[in-house]
Design a protein. Structure first.
Length: 256
């Protein structure tokens, strides 16, 4: 586990917010406004492993202006540090490889459980899991981890994967897939995202903006962030849709 933050360490106190990010930019793109109102939140990037020096450059890395996979990941790590500093968030990393480098996120659910036991958050935000194989793997692993810690009082919240949520029908398909697995996703929170602080954080990922076709504040990153509260259809743990005291950090309107 590697800490990457302006603070340099993980807070000792339990009861905070943990955001699972498949790649270095996903939490900021999908949750930047939410994080901006809740300083001290922890962002755990899953696919943060650095490939060996002889790893071939991928088409995506080449489009981002890099000559090697290792160079690309080291640069993205620095960009992520800068972005999280803008949001006053704390960064942690797993050493799993990005799917473009052959990573499969093997054993991820168990590692997430270990971090939950160590950090003891009151809330976990996970990508709802759209389109990209790494996003789907992280989402599914987090859902498995959720099953293994059912006696905890953690609130499980899914955030919409930025950019991919605009693809026609993907959100509806994913919600139906969750329902088929007995997981109920209820609209929980909508956060206005067209904020200067989020634009500055998104701009930190300079190497990927042009390939993504993204201008900070002018694309999906500036549209409202939507969050879904996850629960089991057949089991009621007595959790309401109200915002827990541990994460009340702003005057964000609650979804109906």
């Amino acid at each position: 586990m590697r800490p990457e933050s302006s603070e340099g360490t993980v807070p000792a106190a339990s009861g905070g917010i943990l955001v699972l990010s498949p790649h270095f930019d996903d939490a900021v793109l999908g949750c930047g406004a939410f994080l901006a109102g809740r300083p001290g939140s922890i962002v755990l990037t899953v696919c943060a492993g650095v490939p060996p020096g002889d790893a071939p450059v991928t088409d995506w890395d080449r489009r981002c202006g890099f000559h090697g996979a290792r160079e690309a990941m080291l640069a993205r790590r620095e960009e992520n540090q800068y972005a999280l500093q803008k949001l006053r968030a704390i960064g942690l990393e797993f050493d799993m490889l990005d799917g473009q480098y052959g990573g499969q996120c093997t054993g991820l659910a168990a590692r997430i459980v270990q971090e939950l036991l160590r950090l003891r958050p009151c809330m976990v935000l996970l990508p709802i899991g759209l389109f990209h194989e790494d996003h789907i793997r992280v989402s599914n692993a987090a859902l498995r981890a959720r099953r293994w810690v059912t006696k905890s009082r953690i609130s499980w919240i899914a955030y919409e994967d930025a950019l991919y949520r605009r693809y026609a029908g993907l959100m509806q398909q994913r919600l139906a897939a969750l329902r088929a697995r007995g997981i109920q996703a209820t609209p929980w929170l909508t956060v206005p995202a067209d904020l200067p602080v989020k634009r500055r954080a998104v701009a930190a990922y300079a190497s990927q903006l042009e390939p993504l076709g993204l201008t900070p504040g002018r694309g999906d990153d500036a549209l409202p962030e939507h969050y879904w509260k996850l629960g089991d259809e057949q089991v009621d743990y007595g959790q309401s849709t109200a915002i827990p005291p541990c994460e009340r950090g702003g005057a964000d309107p609650q979804s109906p």
